[in-house]
Every structure is written in structure tokens, then in C-alpha cells.
Design a protein around this ligand. Structure first.
Ligand SMILES: Nc1ncnc2c1ncn2[C@@H]1O[C@H](COP(=O)(O)OP(=O)(O)OP(=O)(O)O)[C@@H](O)[C@H]1O
Length: 308
């Protein structure tokens, strides 16, 4: 469990973050979303004990990051948003170096490194020089490095930045695997749809302030966001649009690009009734679902200052 309480950080007179509070339940993935310069890296560096806050604090597994940074370090794995240069260091040597830094005995390091390389799919690169790896491979190696001491909590600052679509999918799969291994994960990103799919909880930060946090569902309730429902049909879209606009909790029905889209303000049971109505009218429905871009829509509205 990770708990952040009224965290504030000034650089001189400038407040990079102000009064940030949120909780990440044990074993869950928390998406920390915000535009460039919003204060994500500053927050993560404080959690990683690399920087002290001006006020407020955070607890990792109940341990205060300000009062007891040494104890916290053993619990966390931190992946920064950029890499250093590692001349003449092979992949295995790199992990061995980090293992030694964490105080792992040589025998333990020899046992753990092949497992880590297998986890991040780099076994075939064990004897390659780090500088010769592709960007995606370097990101995965950096993730392996965070895991060398088997931390409970991972703080990942834009782990998918600069990756191509395939490498992003692979990174997501890897993060899911780590969650299944029981890790609690905080991941920052501005790639919103991919976070919506991966994270159970999100926090949206803008200009140093947390403007929304909770599950995507909770954020939608807090801000009175409507869901967006999309329906694809073989034909008779106009008829479907008419039926939809007569349903309670449905508004702003539009037909575009062969599908019907509508705003919807209700729970899952109400949504199931809407689908049943379309099917009972014998409309040829191919697919019916909520927009996968909900988080993106929320983010755009929240950071435009339309709410809060
Ligand atoms: N050492 C520093 N001294 C002064 N200002 C800083 C320092 N580090 C960061 N800032 C400023 O604090 C604000 C927050 O920066 P931070 O790096 O935390 O944002 P971020 O959300 O991680 O952005 P990005 O996604 O671009 O990394 C920015 O305005 C940045 O310019």
C-alpha cells in the first residue's frame, strides 16, 4: 500500500506540486496521468526518496519516506524517465552491478539474474553491451534492474515513452505479469488509453495539483461525466438512433461513420436494458459497448479546466 499525504514541493518560489494526496491499494496498478511539466516526476522522485518534499509526506507499506528513507528504499524499485550511458557494460554485468548495490550476495545474484532476464525477455542478450540494445530492450532492462532486490512497490516514470506500438503492448503485458506477482505499481504516462486498460486507479495531475483521482468509474461520478456508448449495426442506424434517444439516461445521440454514438448517464444494469431494447426491436447489432477512450475524454476535460 502506498499513501501520499499533502505532498508539496517548491523549487525556489515555484510550487512544482501542491497538496498532492492519493492512495494506491496493495497489489493494484495506479496510473499517474498529466501533461508535460505537471509534476509527475517530482512526485515520483519524492516517493523514491531521491528528493525531500517541502511539506507533506508519503508512506510505502506504512513507512514514512521522509523519516525513514533507508527502510523505504529496500521496498521499492524506481525506473527513472531517462537512462544514463553505460559504456562497456554487458547486460549481465549491469544487473550484477545493481544487485551488488542492493547488497545481494554473489550467489543470489547469479541465481536471480537469469530469471529476471527471462521475465523481461532478454535472455538472448545476456552477453550484449547495454549501449547496443534497442530502446525497447533498454526499457525492459531498466525494469529488470528495478526488480533485482524483489521490491514490493514499483515506481515507473513513463516506462513506455519512446517505444513503438509493439514494444508498448509488450511492456503492458510485462506490467500485468508483475501485478500478478503481487507488486503494487505506480506508473506515470501521458498515453491515456493504454493506462485506462491497465490501471485500476488513476490520478490526474495538472500544474502541480491533483485534479481528480480514484477508479475511472469514481472519477466519472465525481465529475458527473457521462459514459459514451457506441453501437455498430449491419444497417438501420437511424432507427437505432431514434430508439436510443427515447431511452432514459441517454442523450446526444449521433450517427457517424456507420455507428451510433450516445452519451449515457447510468449504471451497468441500465446499460444492459438499453442493449435489450435494441435487440428486442430486432435491430442487427454487431457490437455494443462503452468507448475505450473514456479516460482520454475525462483527461481532456479535466485539464482544460471545464470542471474542478
Ligand atoms: N530541479 C528543478 N528546478 C526547478 N524547476 C524544476 C526542477 N525540476 C522540475 N522543475 C519544474 O517543476 C515542474 C514539474 O516538473 P516535473 O518534471 O515533475 O513534471 P512532469 O509531470 O514529470 O513532466 P514530464 O512529463 O515533462 O517529465 C515543471 O514546471 C519543471 O520545469
Amino acid at each position: 500500500m502506498l499513501q501520499v499525504d499533502k505532498l508539496t514541493k517548491f523549487y525556489g518560489d515555484f510550487a512544482a506540486i501542491e497538496n498532492i494526496s492519493f492512495k494506491v491499494p496493495e497489489g493494484s496498478i495506479f496510473g499517474f496521468v498529466g501533461p508535460n511539466g505537471a509534476g509527475k516526476s517530482t512526485t515520483i522522485k519524492i516517493l523514491a526518496t531521491l528528493m525531500e518534499p517541502s511539506s507533506g509526506t508519503a508512506w510505502l507499506d506504512g513507512i514514512d519516506v521522509v523519516k525513514n528513507p533507508r527502510a523505504v528504499r529496500g521496498l521499492l524499485g524506481y525506473m527513472p524517465d531517462f537512462f544514463g550511458v553505460y559504456d562497456d557494460l554487458k547486460v549481465t554485468e549491469y544487473l550484477d552491478f545493481y544487485g551488488a548495490s542492493y547488497g545481494l550476495a554473489p550467489a543470489r545474484r547469479r541465481a536471480v539474474i537469469p530469471d529476471l532476464l527471462e521475465l523481461v525477455d532478454l535472455s538472448h542478450k545476456a552477453e550484449s553491451y547495454v549501449d547496443n540494445l534497442s530502446r525497447g530492450m533498454k526499457q525492459r532492462l531498466c525494469l529488470a534492474r528495478c526488480l533485482v532486490h524483489d521490491p514490493k512497490i514499483l515506481l515507473l516514470d513513463e516506462p513506455a515513452s519512446g517505444l513503438d506500438p509493439r514494444a508498448r503492448v509488450e511492456m503492458r503485458a510485462l506490467l500485468r505479469e508483475l501485478q500478478q506477482m503481487g507488486k503494487t505499481i505506480l506508473i506515470s504516462s501521458h498515453i491515456l488509453p493504454e493506462l485506462a486498460e491497465l490501471c485500476q486507479h488513476v490520478g490526474i495531475i495538472e500544474k502541480g495539483r491533483l485534479v481528480a483521482s480514484g477508479t475511472v468509474e469514481e472519477i466519472m461520478q465525481q465529475g458527473h461525466y457521462r459514459k459514451v456508448v457506441k453501437v455498430r449495426l449491419l444497417s438501420r442506424e437511424e432507427e437505432a438512433a431514434k430508439i436510443l434517444s427515447q431511452q432514459p439516461a441517454v442523450d446526444q445521440v449521433v450517427v457517424s461513420e456507420g455507428q451510433v454514438q450516445a452519451g449515457f448517464d447510468g449504471d451497468d444494469a441500465a446499460l444492459a436494458k438499453v442493449l435489450a431494447t435494441l435487440v428486442n426491436a430486432k435491430l442487427p447489432v454487431i457490437s455494443f459497448g462503452e468507448s475505450s477512450n473514456n479516460l482520454e475524454e475525462i483527461f481532456m476535460r479535466v485539464t482544460k479546466g471545464e470542471v474542478n
